[in-house]
Structures are given as structure tokens and as C-alpha cells.
Design a protein. Structure first.
Length: 248
């Protein structure tokens, strides 16, 4: 019961944050570890609960026309290829080297966010073909990152899709969610087949994640960029502290 009491409220919060700005895994994954799960069981069970929440968020964004399917479909394919390559890379490269790089990347990302320019305000100023190719390249690169390390994937997708691929904020969130859902379900299948998923806990936490995502999507639609940027700064700060503590 204590495990459920620790995990469920935090997965609700993670679902809300993930729906608005990405990065919910920075909250939900440590929750499972605090509750006493082993690393692999925590990751596998988190994939179940976060996948349920992401499915709800993706469905709501799709119903509201926020997912451009032509670009999203190609992004899903390239993200899967990147994730597979990233997982292989993780077997060859010391993860601490990547974490040290993140200590420079994260503050730079925060500085970019703190500019006055709203997220997604340049949407539509690129030809569709260029936007599609950039989005596919972003999905490939972030897919490598997700397979190699992973935390904050949704946040980076949202930043890159609005900044480089020039998607409007709503469309960027929709594409990011469709990519996250695909990689979540793929990873879940692997952990499930290897017996690393605590199903009952994952389902209970998944319902909390769904509730958080449901409220988060409504919040996102009402507040837009004004709400997303502060939450992203919070996620990046949490991520920076997490990486620094792991290195120390």
C-alpha cells in the first residue's frame, strides 16, 4: 500500500507535466525507485503507466487536429530507427561522457527558453517539404538520445520541433506525443517480455497518469506558450540537478 501511495500521486503530477511540456519521466521514474523497485522494474513499470497517459494525451491532441499525420508518421519511423541505434550506442559509450555534455546543453537550452520570443510563433513559415525533413531528422536524433539515455525527451522534442522545424506549438506537441507513444510502447514490449513490469502497480499508476494528462492537455490548450515555458524551465532545472547528482 505504501508503494501505491508514493507512486500514484507522483505519476499524476508527471502526467500533467508531460502533457504540458514533456519531461514527466523525470518525476515518475524516481518515484518508482523511491518506492523500492529495482532499476529495471522501475523503468519497465514506468513505461506501462506513462504509455497509458501518453496514449490519452495523443488521442486528445489528434481529436483536436493538432497532429499533422504526414509529418508525424515519418517521424515515428525515424524515431524508432534512432532509438534502436541509441540503445546499441549505449553498449559502446560511457554514459558519464554523455551526462557531462548535458551539463552544458541544459543551461544553454534554458537560456534559449528565457528569450522573449514565444514558442511556436514562427509556425508555417517553412515549406511543408522542408518542415517534414527537419522533423524527421529531429525525431531520428532525439530517438538516438532516447535509446541511449532518455530523460527529458518530450521537452527536447517540443523545443526542436518549434525552433528548427517551425511547427506551431499545438502541432509540435502532437508530433512529440505520437513519437513518445511509439517509443514507449516499443520499450514496454521489451521489458514485459523480460518480466520487468509490475502490472498491477503500473495499471494503477497509469490511471493516475491518464488523469494528469487529461488535466494537462486542457491546461495546455487554455494557457499555451505562457504556461509551457515556466514548466519547461522547471523540468530542465530538475534534469540538471539529476544529472549533476549522478555524476557526483
Amino acid at each position: 500500500m505504501l508503494t501505491f501511495l508514493i507512486v500514484c500521486p507522483l505519476t499524476f503530477l508527471a502526467g500533467f507535466v508531460d502533457a504540458v511540456a514533456g519531461g514527466g519521466g523525470l518525476i515518475s521514474l524516481p518515484a518508482y525507485m523511491i518506492a523500492g523497485l529495482t532499476v529495471h522494474a522501475a523503468i519497465g513499470t514506468n513505461k506501462l503507466s506513462s504509455g497509458m497517459g501518453t496514449a490519452l494525451a495523443t488521442g486528445r491532441l489528434a481529436a483536436r487536429g493538432h497532429i499533422p499525420w504526414r509529418q508525424a508518421g515519418l517521424c515515428v519511423v525515424t524515431a524508432l530507427l534512432g532509438s534502436a541505434g541509441g540503445a546499441r550506442l549505449a553498449l559502446l559509450v560511457d554514459a558519464d561522457l554523455f551526462k557531462k555534455l548535458m551539463l552544458g546543453i541544459l543551461p544553454a537550452t534554458a537560456v534559449y527558453l528565457l528569450r522573449n520570443k514565444p514558442l511556436g510563433d514562427g509556425g508555417g513559415d517553412l515549406p511543408e517539404g522542408k518542415r517534414t525533413l527537419r522533423a524527421a531528422a529531429i525525431a531520428l536524433g532525439v530517438g538516438v538520445y532516447d535509446g541511449f539515455y532518455g530523460p527529458g525527451t518530450g521537452t527536447f522534442l517540443l523545443l526542436l520541433l518549434t525552433g528548427l522545424a517551425r511547427f506551431r506549438l499545438g502541432e509540435a506537441n502532437g508530433v512529440a506525443k505520437s513519437i513518445n507513444l511509439t517509443t514507449n510502447l516499443t520499450a514496454l514490449a521489451v521489458y514485459w517480455m523480460n518480466g520487468k513490469v509490475m502490472v498491477l502497480l503500473g495499471l494503477a499508476a497509469g490511471l493516475c497518469s491518464i488523469a494528469g494528462n487529461y488535466i494537462g492537455i486542457s491546461f495546455f490548450e487554455k494557457k499555451g506558450s505562457r504556461a509551457v515555458k515556466p514548466i519547461m524551465i522547471g523540468v530542465l532545472t530538475l534534469f540538471f540537478i539529476k544529472v549533476l547528482s549522478e555524476l557526483l
